[in-house]
Design a protein around this ligand. Structure first.
Ligand code: PMT
Length: 401
């Protein structure tokens, strides 16, 4: 199993002789399973060409903030959203100073300001520059802001000095980045997640379903697994590959999803219902294909499906139970009502009327509601959102125990 499977790493390269190592780093990140996009500062391009990084990463290299053509392709905000992690390697003393000051005067600093993803820097500089009080003060600021500092290593330097300031080797950086995805927050816990749509047959060729892609639920499963939980994903039909290190149970109908949920709920600490379950199914599944008639209309009799998350929340030893509400109007009111009606601990409301979020999108934006309060999580990738949600659920679980 590669340690960075399905991860999206935005690699920032700044000006320093260690920039030559970032070419190898791109390869190693890909070998570990990550997709890599490279952003280079102007100074970095003095040490290694964008063409080299483009050839290695297989993606266009981003170099300028005010380049209309590049912004039309993947602009700085999209890059900031795309990243699961922003890794700056090498990070020069100058870049560290600019990051600490919150500058946004080039593409890489702007991405760092805009992103909701964690940021890590791998410093590389002369030992005197590293030990300088200004650099150390800047690093303290970054640490306070939860930027991770990887290295530097001690040793001989390109200028002939010996001391701290060498960039960590690519394989050490891979381990450090992989560690960023493993919080241990849910170590020893069991999490069960439903994802995707359900399909309710009408006849041998037709069914009732919806546009859920499963992306939100799969991202939650990945985030729960990375937080150390034994994770079980109960998925309706999707186009997504079953994530590694997660027990994945494929179901088709709401009834099957309910049975799988009940089978796996014993010992479960958190149950997350991200699936878009069909509320109704055909009263009778026609044994043969329903034929077109001369009538202008056709009446189908539908009956209610069981409510899976409400059934789990009604159990005597119920897990911490989380629902999703997909609403196109009155988001907070309807979500609040569902929280209470289904006896949930947390409701995650997504406004499916908004462009680019909700069903089948790569991003999502939600409001989370519990009995006490509500909190908005602005638009970000479903992977990042899932990690943020898992942190909140883990904290709530701890507070409840
Ligand atoms: O899969 P994606 O394309 O990534 O899209 C994600 C999503 C929009 C599907 C997801 O974020 C989401 O909102 N899922 C819930 C959608 C939904 O069906 O909402 P609802 O308001 O109908 O249901 C409320 C809650 O009850 C949900 O947690 C649902 O899983 C659960 N439910 C509903 C009906 C039912 N019979 N059983 C249930 O458990």
């Amino acid at each position: 199993m590669n340690s960075l499977t399905n991860k999206q790493i935005l690699l920032g390269v700044t000006g320093g002789i260690a920039a030559y190592k970032s070419a190898d780093l791109v390869r190693r990140l890909q070998d570990a399973g990550a997709s890599v996009r490279v952003v280079m500062t102007t100074a970095a391009q003095e040490f290694i060409t964008p063409l080299t990084m483009q050839a290695l990463s297989g993606n266009p290299v981003h170099t300028a903030l005010l380049d209309p053509a590049a912004e039309a392709g993947m602009g700085h905000i999209q890059l900031a959203r795309w990243a699961d992690v922003v890794l700056i390697a090498p990070a020069s003393a100058n870049f560290i100073a600019r990051l600490a000051q919150g500058q946004g005067d080039d593409l890489l600093t702007t991405i760092c300001l805009a992103t909701a993803a964690p940021i890590a820097v791998a410093p590389a500089m002369n030992q005197g520059m590293w030990l300088n009080a200004s650099t150390q003060a800047n690093l303290r600021i970054l640490l306070e802001r939860k930027v991770q500092i990887f290295g530097p290593a001690d040793g001989g330097q390109a200028c002939g000095d010996v001391g701290p300031g060498r960039m960590l080797e690519p394989l050490q950086l891979i381990d450090a980045v992989a560690g960023m995805f493993q919080s241990g927050l849910l170590a020893g816990k069991k999490v069960v997640i439903t994802a995707g749509p359900t399909r309710e047959a009408l006849d041998p060729v037709r069914y009732i379903s919806n546009h859920s892609s499963g992306k939100m639920g799969y991202a939650l499963a990945q985030a729960a697994m990375e937080a150390g939980a034994k994770t079980i994903l109960i998925s309706g039909p999707t186009q997504l590959a079953a994530p590694e290190r997660i027990e994945c149970i494929s179901v088709t109908t709401a009834e099957e999803m309910l049975q799988a949920s009940l089978a796996h709920v014993p010992g479960c600490d958190i149950f997350i219902a991200a699936a878009a379950v069909a509320d109704y199914r055909a009263a009778q599944i026609a044994p043969q294909k329903i034929k077109k008639t001369l009538d202008d209309s056709l009446t189908l009799m539908l009956i209610k499906n069981p409510d899976i998350v409400a059934t789990i929340a009604a159990l005597k030893n119920k897990p911490y139970t989380v629902g999703f509400a997909a609403e196109s109007e009155n988001l907070l009111d309807y979500a609040q009502q569902k929280l209470q009606r289904k006896n949930l601990d947390l409701m995650i409301a997504n406004n499916i009327g908004s462009e680019g979020i909700g069903f089948n999108s790569d991003d999502n934006a939600v409001t989370i509601i519990d009995a006490q309060q509500s909190q908005e999580l602005t638009k970000r990738s479903k992977q990042q959102l899932a990690r943020d949600l898992i942190v909140i659920m883990a904290k709530n679980l701890m507070d409840n125990q």
